[in-house]
Design a binder for this molecule. Structure first.
Ligand code: G3P
Ligand code: MG
Length: 249
C-alpha cells in the first residue's frame, strides 16, 4: 500500500458524496454503482458501529430517515439492521436495498478499482471506539490494495483513535467552520488534508494549507461554476452530490 503524502497524492479531483448524492439512496451499494456509472472513481460515505460492533454505512445516528426502521443505530444489532429496507424512502426503484457493511463496500470498490473516502461518523459517545474500529477494518479490507482509503471525520477523538490504531492510513479533518486554529488541529492529528465546508473555504486558506503541506478537499459542492472557482483556487478534491451534472476530470 502506498504511503499518502502531499507529493504522493493518489486521489482524483472529484468524489461522489454518499455514493451518488441524492440520485439514489445514500450510503448504499446501489448509490455507489450509480456514481460509478457517471464515471466517478472515488466515493465518500459515512460509517458507524451497530449496537453489536459491526461497521455499516449510515449518516444518521437513528434509522428513521433512511430506512423503514426506527430508533438508534446503536440500539440495534447488525442482523436487525440488515433486515431493513434502505431504499424505499428514496424511490420505488430502490425498494429492498439494504444497509451495507464497510467490508461489503470495500470488496465492491476494490474489485471495481474505485477509491474510498471513509467518513467516520460515530454515534454519540462512541467516537474513539468507532475511529479505532474503522481504522482496523480499513487496514484489513484494503490490505492488498495499492491505494488506501482516506479516513475523514468531524470528530477529533475518532481521528485520534484511528491514528493510534493505524498510523499510516491517511487522515483528513472535516471542519464546518474555519477558526484560527484549523492548521494546528490538522497538524495535531497528522492529517494529510483539510476537508472544509465550501461555505467557509477561500483561496487564502487553500494557499496556506498547501504551504503547510496539506491537500484541501471540500464538501458539498453541487454547482458547476462554484466547482470551477474552487479548482481555480487550487482545490485538490471536490465532494459532490451532482454526479450527473459535474463530470469528473
Ligand atoms: O465528508 C463530507 C461530508 O459528507 C460531510 O457532511 O453531513 O454530508 O456527512 P455530511
Ligand atoms: Mg459524509
Amino acid at each position: 500500500m502506498i504511503s499518502v503524502s502531499f507529493d504522493d497524492w493518489p486521489y482524483p479531483t472529484h468524489i461522489a458524496h454518499r455514493g451518488a448524492g441524492k440520485l439514489a439512496p445514500e450510503n448504499t451499494l446501489a448509490a455507489i454503482r450509480l456514481g460509478a456509472s457517471h464515471a466517478y472513481s472515488m466515493f465518500e460515505f459515512d460509517v458507524k458501529l451497530s449496537g453489536d460492533g459491526v461497521l455499516l454505512l449510515m449518516h444518521d445516528a437513528t434509522l428513521e430517515r433512511t430506512t423503514d426502521g426506527c430508533g438508534r443505530v446503536a440500539g440495534h444489532s447488525f442482523a436487525q439492521i440488515a433486515q431493513l429496507d434502505a431504499g424505499s424512502w428514496h424511490s420505488a426503484a430502490y425498494a429492498g436495498e439494504s444497509v451495507p457493511t464497510l467490508a461489503q463496500v470495500a470488496r465492491w470498490l476494490i474489485a471495481n478499482r474505485a477509491l474510498a473516502n471513509i467518513e467516520i461518523k460515530p454515534c454519540p459517545g462512541r467516537e474513539a471506539e468507532t475511529g479505532a474500529a474503522v481504522a482496523l477494518e480499513a487496514l484489513h479490507c484494503w490490505r492488498e490494495a495499492s491505494v488506501p482509503p482516506l479516513l475523514s471525520s468531524f470528530s477529533e477523538p475518532a481521528l485520534r483513535a484511528a491514528r493510534q490504531a493505524a498510523p499510516d492510513l491517511p487522515r483528513a479533518l472535516l471542519l464546518a467552520e474555519l477558526h484560527d486554529d484549523w492548521l494546528a488541529r490538522c497538524r495535531a492529528l497528522d492529517c494529510v488534508a483539510l476537508d472544509a465546508s465550501a461555505r467557509v473555504l477561500n483561496e487564502a486558506v487553500i494557499d496556506a494549507a498547501h504551504r503547510a503541506g496539506l491537500r484541501v478537499l471540500t464538501y458539498t459542492v453541487n454547482d458547476a461554476r462554484q466547482a470551477r472557482r474552487l479548482f481555480g483556487w487550487g482545490l485538490d478534491g471536490l465532494i459532490t452530490d451532482a454526479v450527473d451534472a459535474i463530470r469528473p476530470a
